[in-house]
Write a protein that binds this ligand. Structure first.
Ligand SMILES: Nc1nc2c(ncn2[C@@H]2O[C@H](COP(=O)(O)OP(=O)(O)O[C@H]3O[C@H](CO)[C@@H](O)[C@H](O)[C@@H]3O)[C@@H](O)[C@H]2O)c(=O)[nH]1
Length: 245
């Protein structure tokens, strides 16, 4: 039997997250998961996040690699670049999570447990399964938008997941290869949806485990109107576009 712990790469896209990134790396280190490394994908953040990441690569508590890109090119493109690098470096499991501390790192062991002991191809950290929550007071319109987005995406694409736009996930490397992550085009929220759709299209399973989503306290969200528009259009494009992605 092979008892070697899997190589786990946590891919973290960053744009202006200099305050948050060191705290995130500390939280990940505190989990004491063997063979866990971080790969930061920074888009030349004006606030110097890239240099903060380089420094963590030298004296951080766990291995931190940095992929520097020249300009802001969106969250989806950053994830595709980071996941492709993680696969090239032979990761067995790839975790995707935001740098802004909104995703609870303490749930990672549970995500890995589900991934390695069930037939799930990917595990979502879900706000909307039993036990999940959004911390703090989201204004009613934000709650309504999030609920509407889930309904809309599920109605069109039949993903059968409660949190279709979740950004915190644990992937088997083999799943990322099977869905050909390198060819994913969507950015923003739509990136999450396209990734889920590709899994479902191939008849693979998506599992959800509850998380408490925290509102960021430092920095700002980068979601724009263009990103929201893309999210509205992409489900239709996926459904009626090329039959097999
Ligand atoms: N490299 C890079 N990173 C980016 C970019 N845009 C955003 N990021 C990074 O991506 C993470 C999430 O960005 P936010 O802008 O804070 O996202 P959000 O609005 O809070 O949306 C989150 O929740 C959505 C709903 O669950 C998710 O769909 C979404 O992917 C993300 O997790 C952060 O670490 C941020 O620095 C970019 O263009 N380039």
């Amino acid at each position: 039997m092979n008892n070697v712990a899997p190589q786990i790469t946590v891919v973290v896209p960053t744009y202006n997250e200099r305050e948050n990134l060191p705290k995130l790396v500390d939280r990940l280190a505190a989990l004491k998961i063997p063979n866990l490394a971080v790969l930061v994908v920074d888009d030349n953040s004006p606030d110097g996040t890239g240099e903060v990441a380089d420094k963590l690569g030298i004296d951080g508590p766990i291995p931190v690699g940095v992929l520097h890109r020249t300009a802001k090119d969106g969250l989806g493109r950053a994830y595709v670049a980071g996941m492709t690098r993680a696969l090239a470096e032979n990761a067995d499991i790839v975790i995707q999570m935001d740098a802004d501390l909104s995703h609870p790192s303490e749930v990672i062991p549970a995500m890995i447990e589900i991934l390695t002991t069930t037939d799930a191809a990917v595990v979502l950290g879900s706000r909307y399964v039993e036990g999940g929550a959004v911390a703090g007071d989201w204004p009613w319109h934000r709650k309504a938008l999030s609920a509407w987005a889930n309904f809309y995406v599920n109605a069109i694409l039949r993903l059968h997941v409660k949190d279709a736009t979740a950004g915190f996930k644990a992937w088997h490397a083999k799943t990322l290869r099977a869905i050909d992550v390198e060819s994913v085009q969507s950015n923003g929220y739509a990136f999450q949806v396209e990734m889920n759709y590709r899994v479902v299209q191939r008849g693979m399973k998506i599992a959800e485990t509850p998380i408490r989503f925290e509102e960021r306290t430092d920095g700002v969200s980068k979601m724009s109107l263009a990103v929201q528009l893309e999210s509205a259009l992409v489900p239709w494009k996926l459904k009626f576009g090329k039959k097999s992605l």
